[in-house]
Write a protein that binds this ligand. Structure first.
Ligand code: PLP
Length: 387
């Protein structure tokens, strides 16, 4: 089968695989142990932290390793909100959007049930949040703005730099960015960002590892209580091989960025232009520069069938795609597309193609042919036959 679901997860980069194998064998000791083997593992972890901090232009003590982006997002949001509430005894207010990944969205929903004020900002048809709505939503008790960089369903690139500028002179409001899908695809200075989330397995690294950049100025309550690891912000035995592999994945992603972008531009232009020309296809992703090159989302509303059936028709031709994020694939209509289109049909018949630099043009051509066949199949069969 041909895999076009690189947003859900990427294969390990061969060099990351080598690092993972080597360090799993070599550095199994607990890096918090005081003996030589523990010390050596700890040295490697701190080297990885320094390498990452130099690449991301932050300080080493601002890099906190977690189990993945879901944890990083929860730590950022709950951490800031709970710390401020405890310190001030007041009810905090959070500003976010309706199109965040479920690890941000559901975390904010949960906080709302606990009495914390949350504003979920709407987005335009192109998936972008209007920066002026952020400014208009600010209240004296606003402690956090959380907006993702690149949307994982549509590829829409949010105006992070502008939001950062808006918040620059408001030191009481922290800015959190889920950078998972933008990293290595879009350049982004995290200068004006206080909290920044990354995940290993979206960039050729292993699963179960992520990080949260926490700038020195941010006060944050941990999610877990335990040992002193990660300055006590994230206790638990450090996953040494995963940390070293994540550092490698970040290094390679940035090193290969130009080449990756070149490949993705060719692939994206081919797939997008051919898809757009298929009668009945509704494009949900805007064109670059508004949307990232690696994600193309479209709907096909013919016969009123849903994404699951379209995915099944493509699967029979050996094409692997998804509709929504893997974390919310059980929901019928996509929350993200509903926020953009307010159209139930479009939102429940979407397909997300996600590309990778390793995809060949031949495979991309086959993908298009398969989608054309899928459309013809739906057109020529009655609904009963399709189900
Ligand atoms: N944020 C975004 C934008 C994502 O695409 C994902 C992946 O599904 C996550 C967060 C969660 O990442 P992880 O699998 O590391 O928890």
């Amino acid at each position: 089968p041909l895999y076009f679901d690189y947003c859900a997860s990427t294969p390990l980069h061969p060099e990351v695989y080598e690092e993972l194998m080597h360090s799993t064998k070599q550095f199994f000791a607990n890096p918090s142990s005081v003996h030589d083997m523990g010390f050596e593992a700890n040295v490697r972890v701190e080297e990885a932290r320094e390498q990452i901090s130099a690449l991301l232009l932050v300080k080493p003590n601002e890099v906190v390793f977690t189990s993945g982006a879901t944890e990083s997002n929860n730590l950022a949001i709950q951490g800031v909100v709970r710390s401020w509430a405890k310190k001030t005894g007041q009810t905090p207010h959070v500003i976010t959007t309706q199109i965040e990944h479920s690890s941000v969205y559901n975390c904010c929903k949960q906080l709302a049930t606990e009495g914390i004020e949350v504003t979920f900002l709407p987005v335009a048809r192109n998936g972008l949040v209007d920066v002026t709505t952020i400014e208009e939503s600010m209240q004296p008790n606003t402690v956090l703005v959380s907006v993702m960089h690149v949307n994982n369903e549509t590829g829409a690139i949010q105006p992070i730099q502008e939001i950062g500028k808006l918040l620059r002179n408001k030191p009481d409001i922290h800015f959190h960015v889920d950078g998972v899908q933008g990293f290595g695809k879009q350049s982004l200075l995290i200068e004006d960002i206080d909290l920044y989330t990354l995940s290993g397995h979206k960039i050729g690294g292993p699963k179960g590892i992520g990080l949260l950049i926490i700038k020195e100025t941010v006060e944050l309550t941990p999610l877990l209580y335990g040992g002193e690891q990660e300055h006590g912000i994230r206790p638990g035995t450090t996953n040494v091989p995963a940390v070293l592999s994540m550092a490698k994945a970040i290094e390679l992603t940035l090193k290969n960025r130009e080449e990756t972008m070149r490949m993705l531009t060719t692939l994206h232009d081919l797939v997008y232009s051919k898809l757009e020309a298929i009668p009945g296809i509704i494009m949900n992703s805007a064109k670059p520069p508004m949307s990232s090159l690696h994600i193309i989302n479209f709907s096909y509303t013919g016969k009123g069938i849903t994404s699951a059936i379209l995915i099944g028709i493509l699967a029979k031709q050996g094409i692997i795609v998804s509709s929504q994020s893997a974390c919310s694939s059980k929901a019928k209509a996509s929350r993200v597309l509903m926020a953009m289109t307010h159209d139930e049909m479009i939102s429940s018949s979407s397909i997300r193609l996600s590309l990778h630099e390793s995809v060949s043009l031949k495979d991309a051509e086959y993908l298009i042919e398969s989608i054309e066949k899928m459309v013809n199949h739906v057109k020529t069969k009655n609904k009963f036959e399709l189900l």
